[in-house]
Write a protein that binds this ligand. Structure first.
Ligand code: XIL
Length: 362
């Protein structure tokens, strides 16, 4: 077939121009992350059930670790004293096993997403220590035991430290006493001696809170309990914390000798807003994100991954709290843009920014 030479050249030129773009689209975070580190994402049930096929493709290609966004929290998996629900949970675990991903369990003991029945005793009184310990033991042995050999590590206790570094007041602590955390780690160890066990919390860039967490994990180690890592949730914003504060926190947490991981990374672009706030102020990107903000977000993620590669020996895992902006818990009725894929499941400049940083570090 006759094809004018000009058109052929134009086609070739277009292919060449598109090549770097394709290469970038083809890049997979799991292939670029420093050796010894895993990179993952929290997935929701539509994803682990395979309903959201577009998301499943991206997750499969990009990540080698998954965390369940909600399925393995106390309430979803153990809604009543004599009832566990494992159908969707089993599918979640199998999703990871099928893809040879590291599967993390989140979370065994927390004050949120735990049914009120757990803390209720008889005659309208709160449950006593023995009752609560028996419930905690049964829960941990049943759930951790079921996924023995399949779940790599567990967030055993979540968010137990207050902003001032003291133990947070929770129904678990009220009922059992301060050793409820130690007990949770003891039960988890019994249920799966080979699973890694983590303590997970947020705002660890705040020195007082961090000091409380470090003291807690040291006391667990001093009791001879197994604890393998500290999860830093990394729910961050555009301006705070600073990279220097993150750096300081990482170095500090690592002095415990434990693995340090970023377990719930996202960047909240919206201002804190109470009810009744002016929508123009509370929801400034309702009609889309400006290029300027988009670039700021890309720069922020690039800086964070710059820190991560700088401290590659101190960070064992990075997990994003959701795949695309549409999936994020940070929307809550507003339009937020905290993640690497947009609502059409296209990679954002933040994704390419991270790819560039990881490529340069190789
Ligand atoms: C969030 C989920 O993303 C939401 O879907 C759910 O409604 C509430 O919990 N810290 C944690 C996570 O450890 O479990 C939370 O996940 C976000 C804050």
């Amino acid at each position: 077939m006759y094809r004018p030479i000009r058109t052929a050249l134009a086609v070739t030129a277009a292919v060449i121009a598109a090549a770097p773009m394709m290469a970038r689209q083809d890049a997979a975070l799991k292939d670029l992350i420093p050796k010894g580190m895993v990179i993952g994402v929290a997935i929701n049930q539509r994803q682990s059930d395979g309903v959201d096929a577009a998301a499943v493709d991206i997750i499969t290609k990009q990540f080698n670790q998954i965390t369940p966004e909600n399925l393995l929290k106390f309430q979803p998996v153990h809604p009543a004293a004599d009832r566990y629900t494992f159908d969707a949970q089993d599918r979640f675990v199998q999703f990871g096993v099928d893809r040879k991903m590291q599967v993390v369990g989140h979370t065994l003991v927390w004050h949120n997403q735990t049914g009120p029945w757990v803390f209720q005793g008889t005659e309208g009184k709160p449950a006593d220590r023995e009752t609560l310990l028996a419930r905690m033991r049964d829960h941990i042995h049943t759930v951790v035991g079921r996924y023995k050999g399949k779940i790599h590590g567990w967030d055993v206790v979540n968010e137990a430290i207050d902003e001032d570094g003291s133990l947070r007041k929770t129904p678990w602590r009220d009922g059992i006493g301060d050793d409820y955390i130690a007990k949770a780690f003891e039960f988890a160890r019994q249920a799966d001696p080979n699973a890694e066990l983590y303590y997970n919390d947020y705002n660890l860039e705040k020195p007082q809170k961090r000091a409380g967490v470090i003291e807690l994990v040291k006391s667990l180690k001093a009791r001879g309990l197994r604890i393998d890592g500290i999860g830093n949730q990394a729910h961050w914003r555009l301006e705070t914390p600073t990279i220097d504060e993150m750096d300081q926190a990482l170095v500090d947490l690592h002095t415990t000798g434990l693995k340090v991981m970023y377990t719930e990374l996202d960047i909240n672009l919206l201002p804190p807003a109470g009810r009744g706030a002016d929508p123009a102020v509370a929801n400034p990107y309702a009609n889309g994100l400006s290029d300027e903000k988009q670039q700021q977000l890309a720069k922020r993620y690039a800086d964070i991954f710059g820190l991560i590669v700088k401290h590659r020996d101190r960070v064992s895992r990075v997990t994003f709290w959701g795949l695309s902006d549409a999936d994020s818990w940070l929307n809550r009725g507003r339009m937020n843009y905290p993640l690497l894929w947009d609502r059409q499941r296209q990679p954002k400049p933040a994704f390419h920014g991270i790819v560039d940083v990881l490529n340069r570090a190789r």
